[in-house]
Design a protein around this ligand. Structure first.
Ligand SMILES: Cc1cc2nc3c(=O)[nH]c(=O)nc-3n(C[C@H](O)[C@H](O)[C@H](O)COP(=O)(O)OP(=O)(O)OC[C@H]3O[C@@H](n4cnc5c(N)ncnc54)[C@H](O)[C@@H]3O)c2cc1C
Length: 398
C-alpha cells in the first residue's frame, strides 16, 4: 500500500506524540508509528513510571498543540528548586539552597506530570485531529530519500511518501542509523531508579535534588495520591547499587530510600513499582540528513538532571515548527534542515556538556572533592546575578 503525508514521525514516545499533535494542530498531515503500544494506565506492568517536568517555555508549545488544557488539571507546579549537599560524613543536609521562580518570573519554573498520563492525554488529542494518524504496533523499517521526498517502509508492508521524516525513535534511533548519522556516547556506569512515593509532609511545590555520591536523588512534586502528598523520585547510583536496590523487598528498600532522602519530606512510602533506566550522554554528529530531521533522544540524551531531556526536545520541536510555518512549501528541504541544524546545534552541545559536568560532580566519592562541591554550590548561590543567570539558563530562556 502506498500512502502520502507531509510528515512521517518515527516513534511515539512522549517526544513523537507531542510532535504529532503539534504539527497536526498547525495543519500538516502527519503519520506517527511506533512498534510498541503506548501504556496509558499507572498500574500496568509496562507503565512508564517516570514523570516529566515541563519547563516554562514548553507551555506555549503545548498550548499551540491543544495539549495544555488537557494536561493542566493534572500538573503539579514547580515553584522552588531546592539543592541539598549531603556529602559529609553522615547522610544529612549540610548545605541547603533554594532557587525561587519569583526571582525571575511570575510563573513557576515548570509543571510536573506522570509519563503514563501524558501518553493518555496526548493520544486523546491526536485522536481528535483529523490530519493525525497514530499507528501503534507498526515501526519504520527502511528509508529511501531523494531531493524532493522521502520514502519510508513500515513493518506492516506499507510505504509512505513524505516531505519530512522526523526521527523521534529514541537513543538507538533506527531512522538515524538508516540516514547514516553517527553518535558520540558517554557511559557513566550509572542507572536511575524511577518510582513514586507518598510522604508525611506536603511538598509545597518544591522540587528537591540531594547530592551525596553516585548521582542525585531528586524528588519532584506530583498531585496528591490516595489523599496523601506525593512526589516522583529519580535516584541515580552506580549500576551495581541500583541493581541491588531494585532487588530489595519493599520494606528494606523503603529503609534505604528514607536514609538517602535525609528526611526532607518526612517518612517516604513507595507508591508504585520501581523502574530502572541506564544513564548515558549522547549527541548525534548531525541533526539532519536528506529529508530527515532528528529530535529528542534520537538527537541527544542527557542524564536526568534539571529536567533538561524532554525540554531540549521541545526546543527542537519549536524550532522545526517555526521553520515549517514560516515556509510551508520548503518543508523538509535542504534550506529548512540547514536552518534547523544551525539553530539547535550550539544549545544542544552546551547542554549535553553542562549536564555531563553536573552529573560527574554529583557522582563524586572522595570526601575532599565532595567538600569542594558544597563550597562551589554556596559560592554560586551567594551571587544574585549568577543565581538568576543559572535559573534562566536552566529554563532555556537565556
Ligand atoms: C529517569 C528519567 C527521568 C527523566 N525525567 C525528565 C524530566 O523530568 N524532564 C525532562 O524534560 N526529561 C526527563 N527525562 C528525559 C525524558 O524522559 C526523555 O527525554 C524522553 O522521554 C525521551 O523521549 P523520546 O520520545 O525521545 O524517546 P523514547 O521515550 O525512547 O521513545 C522512542 C520511541 O521510539 C520507538 N521506536 C523504536 N524503534 C522504532 C521504529 N523502528 N519505528 C518507530 N518507532 C520506533 C520506541 O518504541 C519508543 O516508543 C528523564 C529521563 C529519565 C531516564
Amino acid at each position: 500500500m502506498n500512502e502520502t503525508c507531509d510528515i512521517l514521525i518515527s516513534g511515539g514516545g512522549i517526544a513523537g506524540l507531542t510532535a504529532a499533535a503539534t504539527f497536526a494542530a498547525s495543519g500538516f498531515s502527519v503519520i506517527c508509528v511506533d512498534p510498541a503500544a503506548p501504556v496509558t494506565t499507572r498500574d500496568d506492568t509496562g507503565a512508564d513510571l517516570r514523570s516529566t517536568a515541563f519547563l516554562q517555555p514548553a507551555k506555549s508549545l503545548l498550548e499551540d498543540a491543544g495539549l495544555w488544557t488537557r494536561l493542566a488539571p493534572h500538573a503539579a507546579p514547580l515553584q522552588i528548586m531546592r539543592i541539598i549537599d549531603a556529602g559529609g560524613e553522615l547522610p544529612e543536609p549540610r548545605v541547603v539552597r533554594e532557587f525561587n521562580a519569583t526571582e525571575i518570573s511570575e510563573l513557576p519554573f515548570g509543571w510536573n506530570l506522570p509519563n503514563w498520563l501524558l501518553r493518555r492525554e496526548m493520544l486523546a488529542r491526536i485522536d481528535a485531529l483529523a490530519n493525525a494518524d497514530f499507528r501503534p504496533g507498526v515501526g519504520t523499517t527502511s528509508l529511501f530519500t531523494r531531493t524532493g521526498e522521502a520514502r519510508v517502509t513500515l513493518s506492516d508492508g506499507a510505504r509512505v511518501r513524505c516531505k519530512l521524516v522526523l526521527a523521534c525513535d529514541g537513543r538507538n534511533s533506527p531512522m538515524r542509523q538508516a540516514a547514516g548519522i553517527n553518535v558520540r556516547t558517554t557511559g557513566y556506569g550509572q542507572k536511575a531508579l524511577a518510582f513514586s512515593v507518598t510522604h508525611d509532609h506536603p511538598h509545597e511545590n518544591v522540587s528537591t535534588e540531594i547530592h551525596r555520591s553516585g548521582g542525585p536523588f531528586t524528588l519532584v512534586p506530583l498531585p496528591d495520591h490516595d489523599g496523601r502528598p506525593s512526589s516522583a523520585i529519580v535516584w541515580m547510583e552506580t549500576g551495581a547499587n541500583t541493581d541491588r536496590l531494585a532487588a530489595l523487598d519493599e520494606a528494606a528498600f523503603e529503609t534505604e530510600m528514607n536514609i538517602r532522602s535525609c528526611g526532607v519530606l518526612g517518612g517516604l512510602r513507595l507508591a508504585s513499582r520501581r523502574s530502572l533506566w541506564p544513564i548515558i550522554s549522547q549527541r548525534a554528529d548531525r541533526l539532519t540528513g536528506e529529508r530527515i530531521a532528528l529530535m529528542a533522544e534520537a538527537a541527544h540524551v542527557v542524564p536526568p538532571i534539571g529536567a533538561q531531556g524532554l525540554n531540549m526536545s521541545l526546543a527542537d520541536l519549536r524550532t522545526l515548527l517555526d521553520l515549517a510555518l514560516d515556509s510551508p512549501d520548503s518543508l523538509g528541504d535542504q534550506s529548512m534542515l540547514d536552518a534547523y541544524d544551525k539553530a539547535r546545534h550550539n544549545d544542544i552541545k552546551l547542554r549535553v556538556s553542562g549536564i555531563d559536568l553536573l552529573n560527574r560532580a554529583s557522582m563524586i566519592e572522595a570526601r575532599p572533592l565532595r567538600d569542594l562541591r558544597a563550597t562551589g554550590l554556596n559560592a554560586l548561590y551567594s551571587l544574585p546575578q549568577v543565581r538568576r543567570m543559572l535559573m534562566q539558563m536552566g529554563l532555556g530562556v537565556r
